[in-house]
Design a protein around this ligand. Sequence first.
Ligand SMILES: Cc1ncc(COP(=O)(O)O)c(C=O)c1O
Length: 372
Amino acid sequence: MEVPAARVVFDDDDRAEVASLVTETLSRGSLTLGPLTARLEEAFAAAHGADQAVAVSSGTAALEIILRTIGVAGADVVVPANTFYATAGAVVHAGGRPVFADVSPTTLALSPDTVAAALTPSTAAVVVVHIGGMVTPDVEALRALCDQRGIALVEDAAHAHGSTWRGRHAGSFGVGGAFSFYPTKVVAASEGGMIVTGDAHLRDEARIYRDQGKAGFIGNDHVRMGHAWRMSEMSAAVCLVSLARLDRALAVRRAVARRYDEALARLEGITVIAEPEGCVSNYYKYIALLPDGADRDQLKKQLRTEHGVSLSGEVYATPLHLQPVLSPYADGPMPVAEDVCARQVCLPVHSDMTDVEVDHVIDSFARSYRAL
Ligand SMILES: Cc1ncc(COP(=O)(O)O)c(C=O)c1O
């Protein structure tokens, strides 16, 4: 049996719905920033308890637009060391300097202590990443710390569609939240991103930035250094259908996670990144840490070659301060991030995963781990 690392899930009904929306769009002839994008923005905002949502071309664009609107040019922006390149890339593209901070070993996210250690007199913003889809329980304390210092809290919620902390959705704790609809994400649009915010100014700026910095859709006045960051109506069609199955996806993914919790508790030496009380994760990733010295490459190879199980990509195998292109911003070791990046494995979680697949992963993982 083969269990892939990730699966893009659109069943027959979903495909028929996408086809119908695309046909409707082609007949209408409005292929970008049209009625489907507006419908998606409304539906996404409603599903995430947000006042405003602005659809863009990618999660990276969403981050860069938020950072440009805050105005980080020439300033420092704190980002976790264990995130995707785009979190820091967006800071650099917006004219800021990423300052890497270490993370908590239990949440793998920024904590008030690690942020405090990274603040400088020129910090303009902090970007918290809800790693693997878990909103960190420190998010309110992070907001309080930022408010005290007069700096902006931004949420990189690229992993966290539908995830909540104490009933509040990812994206609702900072000045703005940036989501990604990259194909492997829990809500996918082939390519795309979304900004959610309670701030009408950020909404208005985002609409300007995404369309080449134009003051309005019609007309030719360019008032910001914007970009071609629009979402196409085709992407909006795919994304609307994907979003409509978010609740079902969450239920399946969370049930898979509970089975993994039970199974991994029986394996000595494995530490699961557990969901804290009050947190509802979408389990974009199910993360566990191997004991010190365990050979992750060998474990992954054995799972793949002997059992047909591909582990999902780590979040992340190499922290950003050790990425060649970001070395100018590195400033010393990040012990926790380095440790959790080196020891983590992510078990496959699919939005339509079957019990038989979960049984196979559990059994194969236990055998391969014990054989190490
Ligand atoms: C944490 C994080 N931030 C930002 C992004 C960027 O999203 P996109 O690929 O849609 O630009 C990703 C995408 O994988 C991500 O995982």
